[in-house]
Structure formats: C-alpha cells, structure tokens
Design a protein around this ligand. Sequence first.
Ligand SMILES: [Zn+2]
Length: 298
Amino acid sequence: MSDLTRREAIAGSGAALTLAMLGAGTAQAARSDENERRVVVLPVTPDRVAVVARVHSGEVLTASQGSERRSRTAEKNVAVLGLAVAKSARSRVVVEVAGASRTLDVDTRVEALRASELRVVNKRVALTNKDKPNKLATAGAVVVDARLQHPIKRMIKAAKKDEVDLEAVSGYRSFEYQESLYARYERRDGRKAADTYSARAGHSEHQLGLAIDVRGADALHELEESFKDTPTGKWVAAHAHEFGFVVRYQEGQEKTTGYRAEPWHLRYVGDDVARFLHERRDIKTLEELFDLPAAPGY
Ligand SMILES: [Zn+2]
C-alpha cells in the first residue's frame, strides 16, 4: 500500500471530518480547506511519531498507541503532539478529535524517517553517514532539502519588504563535512567547549538538510548570540514561523537541546508545527513538543 496521502471521510460531530495520513513525504494535505479537520502523522525518531492536526481552536487532539496516550489543545487551529510507538516498525495510532476517532498506520522504519520533515536529531538521536536528503535544491547561496527552497525564498523576499536584508549562509552539510568542521573546532577550543556550539558528526540538523543559518547582509553579530538584538535577528524571531521555520536553539534551553542559544539557526518544521510553537511560547524545543528525552549531552 502506498504510504502517501490516504484520506478517509469519517462521521464527525456536524461538519464532515477528514483525517489525512501521510506516512512519508510532506504535510501538504494539512494545508487545503480551512474548515476541514485533518490529521497528519509523521515519524520523528525510530520510536516516536508526531501527530499534527488542523482542527478548530480550543479543540482537543488525543492520540494513543498501546498504553501510551497523549492529548493537546489546539492553538490557532493547530494541535501538535508526540507519541511513542514501536521502534523502526509499522504501528497503528488511534487519533481522536471532536468526538470522532480513526486508526492510522504509521511507519518509523528508516526510509519513512528519512522522508519526514519532522525528523529530530540531537545529542541522543543520531543519523548515520548514509543519511542525506532525498532531494537537494539551491536557495540563494546554500543547498538544502528541496522542500525548503520556496520557504527560504519567500522568507528572504518578505524580509526585504520590511527592509531587512536576510541571507542564508549555511544549509545542508554531509556527515563527512560535519566531521571535519567539528574536528576543527575541537582542535581550536577543546572537546567540552566545541560541544556547546558544534555538533559531532551524525548529530547535526544540517545533515538533515532541514536547517539553515541566517545572517543580515551587513553580517552584524553573525553567528553570535547577540545576533538576536540586531534588526535582522529581531525580524527572524518575529517572522520565521510564517515560513515554516523555528529558532531551534533558544536561550536557556541548553539542558534540553545541548546547545547555547543560536538565534541564527532555523529549523524547518512546516507551517502548522511552526505556527503551533509560535503560539505556545511555553514550549521552546522540539524535544518538549514531541515529548522526547532531553539531550544535554552525548
Ligand atoms: Zn546551524
């Protein structure tokens, strides 16, 4: 059976309820009719999935698998949660919203995980040297997963309208390139210091092709924490979510993410997840959002 869009109308309370399942690929299905409720399930790690629901504000999304059960309330028409599932296997997740429920198949085997725009990598969850984006594309000066090409272009254009000259300066990095980059930092600053700002090979979001580093064309405070106080840094914090990006490593989250604040490092998660995180200011990391263990170290 194809993993791509399987849509099934089910009886809801009042309006027709559509639950769309994408086992692999993109979350495009979540994007069409504003009045329809839709659910997308994507793998996040080999033993966890994200349930992303386009519902009505204030409605509660519940998902369960075996004895695991999680709920979250929608903010601005979106609810997102993480759910534990069998490791590297197919599972069945029961999703409930607005008095209707549906069982969805989800796949956390490596091929499905590689295709997921919500895949998480951190100091506890590694990629192998075989992991690379299925399709690469250029956006300005950087190479990224092809799904980021248009969002980056749209974001740079929107920034320009606000008189902010935004540039992407780093995108996809191969396992081998990250290995050499980290080795250089380790030689310069020592392992302990290097670990606070650089990922070891297999642990970088840049290897996913789903992260970019940005700066202002003025290069003011480039790759420094103080970037957040520049006009460009402020614009990014206020608007990146409109293009599907989140500031992945925020201030004060080192115990969860393992990194100092990186206000220039943007992770693509798609419009719905970015919007939900922007509304839920209390959830500052993908680890918290998907209920993953904190990853302060290796
Ligand atoms: Zn980065």
